[in-house]
Design a protein around this ligand. Sequence first.
Ligand SMILES: Nc1ncnc2c1ncn2[C@@H]1O[C@H](COP(=O)(O)OP(=O)(O)OP(=O)(O)O)[C@@H](O)[C@H]1O
Ligand SMILES: [Mg+2]
Length: 271
Amino acid sequence: MRLGPAGPGHPEEEPTCGPAAMSANPTAIEAHGVYKRFKTGRTHIEVLKRVDFDARHGEVTMVMGPSGSGKSTLVAALSGLLKPDEGQVRALDTDIWGLRSGKLDRFRLDHCGFIFQGFNLFSALTALQQVEIILKHQGHSKSVAREKAALALDEVGLGKRLHQRPAELSGGEKQRVAIARALAKDPRLVFADEPTSALDGENGQIVIRLLQRAAKQHGAAVICVTHDPRLEAYADRIIHLEDGQILEDRRAAEPAQSAADRRPEPALLGA
Ligand SMILES: Nc1ncnc2c1ncn2[C@@H]1O[C@H](COP(=O)(O)OP(=O)(O)OP(=O)(O)O)[C@@H](O)[C@H]1O
Ligand SMILES: [Mg+2]
């Protein structure tokens, strides 16, 4: 199951070597003019103001910005969870909002891994069953699903916790189960919304390293919303959203590009 950057089934991908090659990674998602507003009482609030966005395979793209700036709404629009009022999202060369709902569900099941704050685990299921159920739903036989699920949990360091239920797991372990569940199917696109916010620093680092590995070893495009500046060290690219607009878009270890709002380069811990 574990593939290199250009694993079988993904012939379009080229291995990357070093920062110079990073920008040559193939595009995974391209969005144009994404606009979303919500009705509140008699008025509307514009949450995404015609956002253009792209993300590449093999890279961790972080979306940062203040609370209420539209980060979760953007990720929902990019991942097929929330239809924008205007704009287009091409993901893996598919116009996802042009798909009928059944096809969109299938697209998400086949290609997208989701990791949210709060884990979203089923309380009655063991760690193994949480992962297995998704793989079975995807069409794998029971025995293959079990084998892949056990491997995915082993990869996140939970090989000895397979038969424990969420109530018997720590917060960090629960989040790792959620990550194993998202990554077990080797998704081409990984969407993480505040995946470390409920975790201490050490567990947060484990989680972000796993996401980084999904990008670097498996060639996934990882889009990660975070408030945590410590995670910048793991990003290839950092997009700063404010009031429904992208204010800054830069590659890690490059100076900020926003002319209007040039900020000092933040310390890139460990980079
Ligand atoms: N279903 C909804 N109906 C009305 N307003 C909404 C809805 N969903 C989000 N909003 C509003 O849209 C704005 C952006 O929300 P969003 O969840 O995208 O922000 P965010 O950047 O993810 O914030 P946070 O960092 O707090 O998670 C907020 O002001 C929010 O109140
Ligand atoms: Mg949010």
